[in-house]
Write a protein that binds this ligand. Structure first.
Ligand SMILES: [Zn+2]
Length: 300
């Protein structure tokens, strides 16, 4: 049996095909993939199980996703892919991310929270070796934790963590805070390294808000490890992690977790999907929602 793993991100979609590992991985722009998937260009022979990760809301029962950054769009993944595939499973991308790091990553821990800081902010949670999901697999929208201030969030709320610190929102936050324009978050980090004062002021505020958000997550779950993933974290790990532990200490009331950066880089989600595929093949996880992943644990 061959597995099809699809990580649908805000702007790019990773497609991985394989069995024990990936034999084929490609990256496609998300809008192109959803509008004209061109599956005939992919080695789709003998695929029996498709597992799909998406950051936005998902309807696991009906195999339907509502892609991020494309308002009012609804995609029936079963229809889009093929009727020949026996099993489809939809999962929140951060849930897949934590499973990827837990099964294939460098850090071993029974209690792990994966936090993505990318176009948005979200989390995947494993407690006592079990994946914790919310209703119908929609969960851990920690980007909407209130961290202070009144900056308007994309969701309509105010003072939410991702309204300041996500890759999409950082440039606008910088403009509001300093009056200086940065074309994207990459330029902001570049200018920070060049000791630009507006970039420095923004990044320092970002670090405060990140510490506020992460301390809430630590107090909620008391994980052994926080794994930071997503483009902003994996591209700028030294900026994101420096001083973080000392900043967390004043608000964290449980034992401090280890802070790590995703060892699978931007592939944590894709490898998490592979781990889901390698669950007991007889289990229809779409129906049973049996997401216990204990059997996959490596003890190395
Ligand atoms: Zn919000």
């Amino acid at each position: 049996m061959t597995y099809l793993c699809i990580d649908i991100g805000a702007t790019k979609t990773f497609v991985g095909i394989g069995e024990r590992g990936f034999e084929f991985i490609t990256k496609i722009k998300t809008d192109k993939f959803l509008d004209e998937p061109n599956l005939e260009e992919l080695p789709m022979d003998d695929i029996k199980k498709a597992v799909i990760a998406v950051p936005g809301p998902l309807d696991r029962e009906n195999g339907v996703i509502y892609p991020p950054n494309i308002p009012d769009k609804k995609v029936d993944m079963v229809e889009l892919l093929s009727s020949d595939i026996d099993t489809f499973f939809l999962v929140n991308d951060c849930s897949a991310g934590v499973v990827g790091e837990y099964v294939f990553g460098d850090v071993r821990a029974s209690n792990m929270v994966y936090i993505t800081i990318s176009s948005g902010i979200g989390a995947g949670v494993i407690i006592e070796d079990n994946l914790i999901e919310g209703r119908m697999g929609n969960f851990a929208e920690i980007g909407h934790i209130k961290v202070g201030g009144d900056r308007r969030c994309g969701c309509g709320g105010e003072g939410h963590w991702e309204s300041y610190c996500s890759g999409d929102n950082l440039p606008e936050f910088a403009l509001e805070l300093t009056g200086k324009e940065f074309k994207d978050s990459e330029e902001l980090f570049l200018k920070y390294r060049e000791a630009n004062s507006a970039a420095k002021k923004t990044i320092e505020k970002m670090k405060e808000y990140n510490a506020a958000g992460i301390s809430n997550v630590v107090n909620a779950y008391s994980p052994e490890v926080i794994v930071l993933g997503g483009g902003v974290a994996v591209n700028h790990p030294e900026v994101i992690t420096s001083d973080l532990e000392s900043m967390l200490e004043k608000d964290v009331i449980c034992e401090m977790p280890e802070i790590a950066v995703a060892s699978l880089d931007d592939r944590s989600v894709l490898f998490g999907l592979l781990a889901f595929c390698q669950l007991d093949e007889k289990t229809d996880i779409l129906k049973s929602q049996d997401t216990s992943i204990r059997p996959l644990r490596h003890d190395s």
